[in-house]
Design a protein around this ligand. Structure first.
Ligand SMILES: [Zn+2]
Length: 409
């Protein structure tokens, strides 16, 4: 989380978005700017990954750990989850460094952890690459699913901004927890197709580990210099608006055009063109301890403000019940700074994902340099937060007959 001088930019490519996600009763947005004409079409491409990757006749290879969620009290909506004592992996690639949440890891360790999960839990886990960065690194994604028909698709990404190391740590923790405890988890976890993208900006992430700890953007070159593009200003929805910059030296440089970057375009392709109907989009950032939902590009409330606010409040309460930490909730206008061309505005406004949230993790005190001693607590509170969101999503009356969802402001 940074504060920048807001730069007003004229937006010329305004189009009306009139596609509604009927399955989820997504509200029709009256004035939406999207600079990518093709986005409104959800295209099924047989060559795309993750459409039908898990065979339905595979038996589940479930872990033998004891239940880790205790004292489920129906009168108490939130509860704490113990940090799991994970069993040793059965298959370890040569040179494999055991993943843990006591320290921050580089890309190689995270990718090997993903492959190891797939090896150990082949009927639950599928690993694949959704794109390749300019420096040739894979954008690896982990799908966790029991392949039940009717599962809800949930997306959680992290590391769009390189220096926010706690975000990939939390993302991998939640994925690891879901996989290793799948057979003892409540339905709100197991009725989901989970898609985890732990490091959405692999080039920047590696650069922040090896060269410049506080590097934020990707490693794009402009005019013979590596300035980097802010991937979270490069999405097409309201691209070029406030809180973004056309100056390559700016920390919020939006790129030369929407989806000019391989990282954002790879995310677009799976979120909107893969044929998967995502119901939840969560992106993890740091720092600030806030839960933000669309819109960031303007101050006016979105048509689904009440729904999104209710979900954010449930998440924030779960965090407080878990560790006593306070996370503010609201739209950018109220809790952060304005931003345009973000993944959250696009996920809600263009991909029509009804539950779209950005979580700014810890901490206000340490900013981007969160001590490794706080990793596990942060993971714990966000796991509870995600669990609360899953229950909220499952119980929310979200169908096209629900008048609540068509309430406009
Ligand atoms: Zn960030």
């Amino acid at each position: 989380m940074d504060y920048y001088i807001v730069e007003e930019v004229n937006n010329q490519n305004q189009v009306n978005e009139n596609i509604s996600n009927e399955e989820y009763g997504h509200s029709i947005l009256p004035e939406v700017r999207d600079n990518d004409e093709q986005e409104s079409e959800r295209q099924l491409d047989e060559n795309k990954p993750f459409q039908n990757l898990i065979k339905r006749d595979e038996s589940l290879d479930l872990c033998k750990d004891k239940p880790l969620i205790e004292d489920l009290d129906p009168l108490k909506p939130y509860y704490s989850v113990k940090i799991p004592e994970t069993a040793p992996d059965k298959i370890q690639p040569q040179g494999y460094q055991q993943m843990n949440w006591n320290e921050y890891h580089n890309l190689d360790v995270i990718h090997k952890w993903m492959e190891n999960l797939e090896n150990n839990f082949p009927s639950l886990c599928t690993v694949g690459a959704i794109g390749t960065t300019q420096e040739g690194r894979k954008m690896k994604i982990l799908k966790v699913s029991n392949s039940e028909a009717g599962n809800t698709s949930v997306w959680i990404d992290a590391g769009i901004h390189a220096r926010e190391w706690i975000a990939p740590a939390v993302n991998t923790f939640i994925a690891d927890y879901v996989v290793r405890n799948f057979n003892t988890l409540p339905t709100s976890f197991t009725n989901k197709d989970w898609y985890f993208l732990p490091v959405a900006n692999p080039d920047g992430y590696e650069y922040s580990h090896k060269v410049e700890r506080l590097w934020r953007k990707n490693r794009a070159w402009y005019g013979g210099q590596c300035f980097g593009v802010d991937i979270n200003r490069n999405f097409s929805f309201a691209w070029g608006g406030r809180g973004s910059s056309g100056d390559p030296t700016s920390p919020v440089f939006r790129g030369r055009e929407p989806f000019s970057e391989p990282e954002s375009s790879a995310m677009r392709d799976i979120l909107i063109r893969s044929g998967i109907k995502f119901k939840v989009y969560v992106t993890l950032h740091s720092y600030g301890q806030v839960i933000v939902f669309p819109f960031g590009y303007r101050d006016e409330l979105c048509p689904d403000y009440v729904r999104l606010l209710e979900g954010a409040t449930v998440m924030s309460k779960a965090i407080y019940a878990s560790t006593g930490n306070t996370y503010k909730v609201g739209i950018s206008r109220d809790v952060m700074y304005g931003a345009s061309g973000t993944s959250t505005d696009w996920s809600y406004g263009s991909a029509h994902i009804p539950f779209t949230y950005l979580i700014e993790l810890r901490s206000k005190q340490h900013k981007f340099l969160l001590p490794k001693e706080e990793i596990q607590e942060t993971c714990n509170e966000i796991l509870n937060c995600i669990k609360a969101l899953m229950e909220f999503v499952d119980n929310y009356p979200i169908d096209k007959n629900s008048s609540k969802l068509y309430k406009t402001l």
